[in-house]
Design a protein around this ligand. Sequence first.
Ligand code: PPS
Length: 364
Amino acid sequence: AARSLPESARPPQPRQLRATMTRTRSCKKMCYCLLFPADTITQRSADVTPSCQRVPTDGAKMRIRKSLSCVWPPDVRANNGEEARLKSPPQVARNDTLSPPMSNLKFGNKKLPNAIIVGVKKGGTRAVLEFIRIHPDVRAAGTETHFFDRNYDRGLEWYRALMPRTLESQITMEKTPSYFVTKETPHRISAMSRDTKLIVVVRDPVTRAISDYTQTLSKTPDLPSFQELAFRNQSLGVVDMSWNAIRIGLYVLHLENWLRYFPLAQIHFVSGERLITDPAGELARVQDFLGLKRIVTDKHFYFNRTKGFPCLKKPESSGSPCLGKSKGRTHAQIDRDAIEQLRDFYRPYNVRFYEMVGHDFKWE
Ligand SMILES: Nc1ncnc2c1ncn2[C@@H]1O[C@H](COP(=O)(O)OS(=O)(=O)O)[C@@H](OP(=O)(O)O)[C@H]1O
């Protein structure tokens, strides 16, 4: 009976079904590849593999974006395509309906960042960047660019070239923690764009100083003791404010400099402590601040007991779900008196900082 029907009215035959499914799968693979090229995470190569290149024509953009909305599978949305981004790039199947050939496509443009994590060193800046970049509307430079402090003379085009390609709807981000304490940086960022959104991850300045010292010690084993560096005269309780590990923690002083160029509403403060105890809560506030839909939620995290930190739920194949060994080191042992003296030293600065930002971080 089927033979007597016109071809279009017949139920699909097994071979036709297989062909349709293969085409759909090929289309999906191609789209992941286009949206999440290899440079998103690794920065190892400046661009995607030849089989996944993209073209910056508006026509191509529109075509891909339209097709994405119909093929994006919920399971990949849930992990934001990390799997697709981190696996070796899928092969693009031959598809005669696409013109120009997909092998010539370069997709999206490199934009100057809309949002920058400007500090603070050892506050938890890497965690915030890695957590927010799983959002599908965020793409980020993986390494610290140090443009506004060390590389400013290279010019904005040099800086732009370091950024990942983004769609019109996506936010470009970078993080360089030393910006927060560099005098020239606020002015330079506002010269790039006064609309730049700024994120500062702050942490108890005493713990931050010890973390900073621990990191330096890991690279310089013959470093003087923490106390020797932190105090001009420990018995008199005179702190050496010129030591960087101490100076960085004077948040209120650095913030005053930023407020000469940016309104407070354009600066979002993440609590480094809560980032560990409630990463989803902190990320919800970051997403709100960036005007993003709350897509990164508690479903994306698990608490890794061995590491003692929240880590991302990611497929095994996509690399370590936790940040590297340089995050979460065991801190150098510092005697309690020194810690108490530093708490007394920082207290008035912390109080002024709480007042300025309108939030008590409870570093007591
Ligand atoms: N999820 C998760 N995993 C690992 N580490 C986490 C996490 N969340 C916050 N932190 C804290 O981040 C601290 C390192 O901060 P930064 O990334 O800003 O360091 S750096 O300035 O880029 O070197 C790091 O400091 P240390 O513990 O002193 O190593 C951590 O306390």
